[in-house]
Write a protein that binds this ligand. Sequence first.
Ligand code: NDP
Length: 312
Amino acid sequence: MKYRRLGGTGLKVSEISLGSWLTYGGYVERENAVKAIETAYGLGVNFFDTANVYEKGAAEKVLGETLRGFPRESYVLATKVYGVMGDGPNDRGLSRKHITEQCHASLKRLGAEYVDIMYCHRYDPETPIEETLRTLDDLVRQGKVLYVGVSEWTAAQMTEALAVADRYLLDHIVVNQPIYNMFERYIEKEIIPLGERKGIGQVVFSPLAQGLLTGKYSSAADIPADSRAAKLDWMRKGVTEEKIAKVHELGKIAAELDISVGNLALAWILRQPNVASALVGASRPEQVEENVQASGVELTEEVLSRIAEIIG
Ligand code: NDP
């Protein structure tokens, strides 16, 4: 496993990281979840991602309980705040009250004294950005959070946050968590250039397009029973013949390189130096074993231009 600096920080994270959305505490039974997390750790993954909203805290519990078997300094643990956690008006968003309460609740569920990264899961137009940043800065000073991140904020929102942090000498955003894969490339336009200029590293989610880029779907009419698309209606709608045809073409390049098409998709993401880590999900330990092999795979200019012709 190779490690990269997270943006402009001194923190090193594995090129492949492991997330817990939908899977751990969700549709993956506990034994398999624990094995997948342990397998990742054993293969050099040092970066694990969760959120308070994933299965209403259940994902944090499984991840925290499993990671507690390993020395705390040996892994980087990230969680998120913003999503709806209850029926009350203050049970969501990025207010001082909600962030503080959720940070404490997350630490309790994780069984941790601190999280390495706290992400603002989305932008909150109903809370002044000064309030959010000052609260996160307080949590950093209290040692409960080490680094501040955002997820799916626009370039303008991040630019505003950087200016506010500068003005009040608050802790800066150093990491952003956007979607990025061969089918979803909006970050290339503004987000990556901003990250490069300002030292904000990208930790990209759904790098395998939720499994589509592994080639596991051979036809929209023939969805494997044990796949995410079989479990989730909205995911099945995204499995189109057009995307499957592209994955088929990408598979030919992968075969020539003697790697899996999923590894090709991850190596393509890691060609971007501003990407610190490709954040995968895995419903089985074998998937982790396959995905980590993408670390260190270099794609030539010729291969990259053949990929560009296919994905457009
Ligand atoms: P991926 O694109 O990596 O999809 C993961 C899914 O693809 C797995 O659960 C599995 O599904 C399938 N898969 C993975 N590897 C393989 C393989 N080698 N062979 C076959 N199938 C495979 O990422 P996710 O969409 O799961 O996102 C990753 C993480 O990113 C999340 O866990 C979460 O932590 C984070 N995230 C953050 C968001 C945000 O808003 N900040 C939003 C979404 C995710 P199956 O076996 O069930 O088919």
